[in-house]
Design a protein around this ligand. Structure first.
Ligand code: FMN
Length: 357
């Protein structure tokens, strides 16, 4: 069993286990419509086992980040249709990552929303382009929650209408669902707060809505149990995420995507944190995708040891459109240019070269 052993994921046959991790590239146009270049960018990477797109807003309430993209309007669905057609024509498979930023936003006409009125001690780019500290968000009223849950179901249906093979629920990296999951950001005293099962309720309701809209076989879920990115903390990550995964299991998602970066990586758990991915692997009944700082050797080792079925790569896939082939041949990798990660045009997006023939 290794990175190039094919894998069956629901009804999809994956040619390899080298997954393209979701990456925000901030090149969306007016109305959060994907850039016309997005089809080229993703199609260049169609040799992935499957692609997970950049995080994509489920509603206008989330859509405050410059250059970000959505799946709530007809124009967005139309834009994505071009992307999925290009990827499928190139022989690939592609999932759309569903996003609500929650408190990781600046106030526009309205304050950003969150489970509780607790600001993330983090900075984010404003529409004007400067990095600024984030405001204290508005705590969601309990009667607003069902509406947001329903938006995920609608977004999933839109994703299928746009030609995606499935969706990935972004419950990682300190965005809205993660804000509900962890007790550092969720101090609610209603049925969405307190005990771990209550904090998981928002995620589980969303997963049920998505599974109801498009079938669980086409739904993945991304978690980052021990990452502190976006000022996240939890008093007992193993219990919080173990509970969430045990509940998710009942819905039989297509896969679980766990971000728990290897030591030395910028997104690695703070020093001294116990790893939770092995426990989630034990609890989850379906395929597991592992992410964070992997290279060919560490990915092969994780699959060989049974720690994961699939491994996802972000920065290496960004800079190497033919990453599976390069890993297979153990060929050199293009270095990535962080200056072109977010925003801009073709440079650093569609111009990373493949290996010469
Ligand atoms: C430019 C960039 C954008 C990212 N955007 C997202 C995103 O939209 N959604 C997400 O879940 N993770 C996002 N991430 C995190 C990556 O998916 C991944 O977890 C992280 O880069 C570690 O993987 P790597 O070591 O293979 O790069 C982003 C990372 C980078 C570098």
């Amino acid at each position: 069993m290794h990175l190039f052993t094919p894998f069956r994921l629901g009804s999809l046959q994956l040619p390899n286990r080298v997954i393209m991790a979701p990456m925000t590239r901030s090149r969306g146009g007016a109305g959060c419509v994907p850039s016309p270049l997005a089809g080229t960018y993703y199609a260049q990477r169609a040799s992935a086992g499957f692609i997970v797109t950049e995080a994509t807003h489920v509603s206008a309430q989330s859509a405050t980040t410059p250059g970000s993209v959505g799946i709530y309007s007809a124009a967005q669905v139309e834009g994505w249709r071009g992307v999925t057609a290009a990827v499928h024509a190139a022989g690939g498979r592609i999932f759309l990552q569903l996003w609500h930023v929650g408190r990781i936003a600046h106030a526009t006409e309205a304050l950003p929303v969150a489970p509780s009125a607790i600001a993330a001690r983090a900075e984010r780019r404003t529409a004007g382009g400067e990095m600024r500290p984030l405001p204290v968000p508005r705590a969601l009223a309990i009667d607003e929650i069902a509406g947001i849950v329903a938006q995920y179901g609608t977004a999933a249906a839109h994703a299928r209408a746009a030609g995606f093979d499935g969706v990935e629920i972004h419950a990682a990296n300190g965005f809205l669902i993660d804000q509900f999951l962890r007790d550092g950001s969720n101090r609610r005293d209603d049925r969405y707060g307190g005990a771990a099962a209550n904090r998981a309720r928002f995620l589980i309701e969303i997963a049920a809505a998505v599974a109801g809209a498009i079938d669980a076989e086409r739904m993945g879920v991304r978690l980052s149990p021990t990452s502190s990115f976006n000022d996240m903390q939890d008093s007992d990550p193993a219990a919080t995420f173990g509970t969430a995964v045990t509940l998710l299991n009942e819905l039989r998602p297509a896969y679980l995507h766990v971000v728990e970066a290897l030591p030395g990586h910028a997104m690695a758990p703070p020093p001294g944190t116990a790893r939770v991915a092995p426990e989630l692997r034990r609890l989850f009944g379906g395929p597991l995708v592992l992410n964070g700082g992997h290279d060919r050797a560490t990915a092969e080792a994780a699959i060989a040891a049974g720690e994961a079925d699939l491994v996802s790569f972000a920065v290496k896939f960004l800079a190497n459109p033919d990453l599976p082939e390069r890993l297979r041949r153990d060929a050199p990798l293009n270095p990535a240019n962080p200056a072109t990660f977010y925003g801009g045009g073709a440079e650093g997006y569609t111009d990373y070269p493949p290996l010469p023939e």
